[in-house]
Design a binder for this molecule. Structure first.
Ligand SMILES: *Cc1c(COP(=O)(O)O)cnc(C)c1O
Length: 426
């Protein structure tokens, strides 16, 4: 038998040789399959984070892994100096899947947000006639759009922002879910190019806006000739029980009748995370030709963006979402999750509320932002075989892979509620 290397060995190595830019739960994972993860000591867990919703299709999905292996032994990278035989097919597939004309390929979420900002600003100058260097983009407080120096410039989290200045100009912050604030900025500022928004604020603690917030925002954007930029990096691809969170209650991105009422079509759609099922960094910006055409050769680029591995893996990952009905599953299980959690909360003094959509949910712990109660609950959940992480101090996000079954979910709910019970009346 192999001698077991203790968890602390791996943690100490990271601590000694790595940048201290994260504060992970003390668990060292070495294997994953579907909704499960195993640590280096052989302990099995339910994954309730899904790598921040990147692993919607479940860990090491056999179809996605197969596609990745096949492509890896054939061709991995050409750069965009030449064409490859996957990129065009991928672009056709994804634009038709989400109902847009054009796709810009990139690797990480933050890169796609950056590209969306550049496209929107340029559209503002070229198509809207905003004077050079005057374009502004409206963003929401408590947003999370990534970690680049431009993106953190409009973060409201001091930890993300302080001492990383000078910060980028050209962003105006309004409160989330505040349609009046949006309207008053649009009224008073003639040089707005875009409104960048998360349909649900995941990192902030799964803040779920009013049902009509995005729809009304879109109407205002149209009125003032401003692009609605939806960051669906975390909320997209089935997670919220809809293909996109902007879809409302339906799952086919503007492709069906039922959806006409609830679907709000953004002008710029930003995707990442689950577009590859968590096997490879893939992100994208989608928009119509009228907007995308502002980019000309030489004005944007990425060495790895649109590489044949990324294209192959992402097409397979999106097929899995559709063929395994994961969006519908997320919607159905999400309702069960919130109903059962609410039943618990009704007589709980530890948990204040549950909120979310589909399988993107959070519970708010009855304690201050600075308290360590949520962290301690997550440590106890880990002991009991379930991995979750606090988002903002007293909020715990619950986002399992969408391949979960109902009986697995019920087992998880019982782990969660029995763990919470040990924190009651303390
Ligand atoms: C994760 C995330 C990003 C950033 O993606 P990275 O791949 O980490 O750069 C941007 N926006 C949202 C909403 C996210 O959840």
């Amino acid at each position: 038998m192999e001698t077991l290397i203790p968890t602390s060995y791996f943690i100490d190595l990271e601590h000694e040789h790595g940048a201290h830019d994260y504060h992970p739960l003390p668990v060292v994972l070495e294997r994953g399959e579907g909704v499960y993860l195993w640590d280096v000591e052989g302990k099995k867990y339910y994954d309730f984070l899904s790598a921040y919703s990147a692993v919607n299709q479940g860990h090491c999905h056999p179809r996605i892994v197969h596609a990745l292996k096949e492509q890896a032994s054939k061709l991995t990278l050409t750069s965009r100096a030449f064409h490859n035989n996957k990129l065009g097919r991928y672009m056709e597939y994804v634009t038709s899947y989400f109902g847009f004309d054009r796709l810009l390929p990139s690797n990480t979420g933050a890169e796609a947000v950056e590209a969306a900002i550049k496209i929107t600003r340029k559209w503002g100058y070229v198509k809207k006639g905003i004077p050079e260097n005057k374009a502004e983009i409206i963003v929401c407080s408590q947003n999370f759009h990534g970690r680049t120096s431009t993106i953190i410039s409009f973060s409201s989290d001091p930890g993300s922002k302080n001492h990383f200045g000078p910060h980028a100009q050209g962003f105006i912050t309004i409160p989330y879910n505040d349609i009046e604030a949006l309207e008053s900025i649009l009224e008073t500022h003639p040089h707005i190019a875009g409104f960048l928004v998360e349909p649900i604020q995941g990192e902030a603690g799964v803040y779920t806006p009013d049902d009509d917030f995005i729809r009304r925002a879109k109407a205002l954007c149209e009125e003032y000739k401003v692009l609605l930029m939806a960051d669906e990096i975390q909320t997209g691809i089935g997670r919220t029980g809809a293909l996109l969170a902007v879809c409302g209650n339906c799952s086919c991105a503007g492709h069906c009748e039922q959806q006409k009422e609830t679907y709000t079509r953004p002008d710029v759609l930003i995707l990442g995370k689950a577009i590859s099922g968590g096997t490879y960094p893939v992100s994208a910006v989608l928009c119509d030709a009228e907007v995308m055409e502002v980019l000309q050769p030489g004005q944007h680029g990425s060495t790895f963006g649109g590489n044949p591995m990324a294209c192959t893996v992402a097409m397979e990952a999106l097929e899995v979402i559709r063929e395994e009905h994961l969006t519908q599953n997320a919607r159905r299980l999400g309702k069960i999750f919130r109903a059962k959690m609410q039943a618990y909360i009704d007589s709980s003094s530890v948990v204040l509320m549950v909120r979310g959509r589909g399988l993107l949910n959070a519970i708010v712990i009855n304690d201050t932002e600075e308290s360590d109660t949520a962290w301690n609950i997550c440590m106890k959940l880990k002991e009991n075989g379930l991995l979750a992480k606090p988002t903002h101090g007293n909020i715990i996000r619950f986002a399992p892979p969408l391949v979960m079954t109902e009986s697995q979910l019920l087992e998880c709910i019982s782990i969660i509620t029995s763990t919470l019970k040990t924190f009651e009346s303390k």
